[in-house]
Design a protein. Sequence first.
Lengths: 228, 293
Amino acid sequence: MIRFENVTKTYKAGSVALRDLTVEIDKGEFVFLVGPSGSGKTTFIRLLLREEDPGSGRIWVAGREIGHLSQWRVPYLRRNIGCVFQDFRLLPNKSVFENVAFALEVIGRPKHVIAAQVPQVLDLVGLSKKRESLPGELSGGEQQRVAVARAFVNRPLVLLADEPTGNLDPATSQGIMRLLDRINRTGTTVVIATHDASMVDQMRRRVIELDHGTLVRDQARGVYGYGT
Amino acid sequence: MAVSVDYVARETAANLWRNRLMTVAAVLTVGVSLSLVGASLLLRQGVAHATTQWADNVDVLVWVQPQASTPQLHSVEQQLHQLPFVRTCIYRSQAYDLNEAKHLLTPPEYQVLTVDTMPSSLRCQLDNPSEALAIARQFGGYPGVKSVAVPTKAIHNIQEVSGILQKVFFALALILLLSASVLILNTIRLAIFARRREVSVMKLVGATNWFIRVPFMCEGVVQGVLGALFASLAVFSLHLVLDSYSNVKTGNIWYQMQMPLGEVVVTSLVVVAIGVVIGSAGSYLGIRRFLDA
């Protein structure tokens, strides 16, 4: 589903974000991407979304090489990738329902599809009762659930999460993880970049560890740190 | 990808309303700028119009002495007609000239005139006004001729002044147009900046650039058109004001500049078209930097 082949990404200032990275993630996998700040996790995600051009090497998503995708095709790539961030990135003046519906609206889905799919996904994340609330009226955990719903409502092939629990307390984080796990069970490939050691340890899923842009560990049922 | 009309209309209306203060500001700026552009165009046309009128009426006036004999008059008339560059020559009687003088002069001035003391005149139109001096030279001392009036220098001055005025108005219009575009661009940029979160989310979930662009461009076009309508109104008002100043009797400059309503309508349409163009171009440029990630 996702394949990095000898990818090196150097920023203009000269700092190397990824160094000759080769890694493959299969369809339906649940992967934690770990490593200290500046290890290249966020660059990994930005490259998948084509928010950055890869320096050298090749990247495939769903059988398509995205490194040389022409600019106008990038939106279509992003429709296959749901994305969740630490800061939720919800629109504060739209209700929960509208925030989720917005993701379908902007890719031109007809109204009846929106009317059918949004309640379904809000049910999945457990926010059916708060569909008319504004993001500001929700707790952090609830806001992140809305973000997950928005990322998933289009049934993407891949769901990326960059520090999804970074702003949440442990109990709430667990809820989000369970939700991502549930989404993974529908066949969606899930990639989570995180610092949350307890979460990684608890889930016991594949762990890819980066350090200074280099792959230092790729473990099938791993934990956060070495030897723990 | 198809962008639904419903979505665009809804977004545009919502955006305009949400940023209504900015919208009013943009509309007014465009309105004022385009009013000046329209006024410049109108005045430019007016000046061109007036010059045409003056140029068309170029006459060499050969004043014939009141006491000149009929054979003398005929001789002058005949010789004028023989000149190759003279298009037409019309004889105006002493009575006609006196009547005209009554229109052109104040009562105390024309009251001292009588038909007997009034010179008659031969009014000639030339193929080329610059030949007028030749006539003046030839007929200046001719028996029976009082004097030859050649408006060459005056005409030359008028043409020169109007040429400069037209250039000035045109340059003024261009500068104002540029500033109007920059103002729209800036307004749209501010509008987008205020909604950069929304734009970034749209990009994140895979909206195409055109999908993001179209509502903003519509917003720019609506602002441009509203401003242009405002400006058209101003152009019409200017036309009416000029009309009210114009005086058929004295044939003052405003009268000379008077132009048919059709030209005013065309000017207004041009102004609206410019409004549409700068509205869409300004918003297109305004949003560009937010899309090229």
